[in-house]
Design a protein around this ligand. Structure first.
Ligand code: GTP
Ligand code: MG
Length: 330
């Protein structure tokens, strides 16, 4: 790795400045080869303005697959850093190769990060969250690394976001599956001639607002009356999940007593639980449409990274060892 790891010269044109550690998030993207990590990095670079136009992996035009070998193989072979800026926070996105041969690059990325995004393809189903990905999840859990899950390939024929969420709960959520829950549900648009219903937006389970991406730019609207009952069950499950993780023990009693807990309190508790590594939100993402800036779910993901993921000083540095000296803290 070493010198090879560099920001793509085209990304942002210049490095994003951050004047203090509190304004930095170091985030590694991990997951099965082909799950969509490089494509997601591209979507985030576009949404934050780090690039002006999204390149596709298969065209050899994605910012984090810049090596000629990557262009030829149409997949990542090395760790790469793509710095982006959102709401005054510098986010260092570390894109890792999913293919097992390049595990050394993955390990280097994990070491440098303070939080991880597990990218899973809904088209792959359970295969994408088994084996190496699941072991990696457990390894991150052992050191308390904050984690979130991003579901991609939402428009694939087999894709079903809710089914994928249940698969993730079973794979990553331990016996109860608690602590692995979606924050948004995808909203499907009109059925096309091929019988598919593309994902047009997201509905926020806490805010009960609709975030519509169908125009290529995120717009916020109120849900239709018939949409609210559809999210009620998932909303209640999420609220109970957040309250169960809350440090405020009175909250559960108040909730069970019928009190409506306000969204701000819930979001703050959620962000604290994410930062502690005890709650793992499931989000959805898709590349931006041709000519558009915002890919579905990019804004929600950036909000989670900046609001819920820890700053470098908040994380305990990893243990370092040398052949001659006993384990020591860095
Ligand atoms: N339809 C669709 N295609 C996607 C999506 N995300 C990624 N792809 C495509 O899936 C293929 C693999 O995506 P990559 O972004 O290269 O996957 P990766 O996780 O970086 O793969 P490795 O670098 O091998 O680990 C590419 O052809 C992408 O264009 C998505 O959300 N929807
Ligand atoms: Mg890649």
């Amino acid at each position: 790795m070493g010198e090879k790891t560099s920001a793509h010269p085209g990304a942002a044109g210049r490095a994003v400045a951050a004047d203090r550690p509190g304004n930095i998030r170091n985030v590694v993207l991990v997951g099965h080869s082909g799950s969509g990590k490089t494509t997601l990095v591209e979507a985030l670079a576009l949404a934050t303005g780090a690039v002006n136009r999204a390149g596709r992996v298969e065209d050899g035009a994605a910012v984090s697959d810049y090596d000629e070998i990557e262009h030829r193989q149409q997949r990542s072979v090395q760790l790469s850093l793509v710095p982006v800026e959102w709401a005054g926070i510098k986010i260092n996105l570390l894109d890792t190769p999913g293919y097992a041969d390049f595990v050394g690059e993955l390990r280097a990325g994990l070491r440098a990060a303070d939080a991880a995004l597990f990218v899973v393809s809904a088209a792959e189903g359970v295969e994408g969250v088994a084996g190496a990905t699941r072991m990696l999840w457990e390894e991150c859990a052992a050191v308390g690394m904050p984690r979130a899950i991003v579901v991609t390939h939402l428009e694939a024929a087999r894709a079903d976001f809710e089914e994928m969420t249940e698969t993730c709960r079973a794979a990553f959520g331990g016996e109860s599956g608690d602590g692995v829950l979606p924050l948004y549900l995808p909203l499907h648009g009109k059925e096309g001639p091929d019988g598919h219903r593309p994902v047009a937006g997201l509905v926020g389970l806490l805010t009960q607002r609709v975030f519509d991406y169908s125009s290529g730019t995120r717009t916020e609207t109120a849900p239709d009356d018939d949409q609210l009952p559809l999210i009620e069950e998932a909303r209640n499950r999420l609220i109970e999940g957040i309250i169960a993780e809350s440090e405020d023990e009175t909250l559960m009693d108040r909730y069970l007593g019928g009190e409506e807990i306000d969204v701000k309190t819930l979001v703050e508790d959620l962000e604290r639980a994410v930062a502690r590594g005890s709650f793992h939100p499931v989000l959805a993402a898709a590349p931006a449409q041709e000519g558009a800036r915002q890919g579905l779910g990019t804004v929600e993901l950036l909000e989670l990274i900046t609001g819920g993921f820890p700053t470098p000083p908040e994380r305990t540095p990893p243990e370092v060892t040398s052949p001659t000296a006993p384990p020591a803290r860095r």
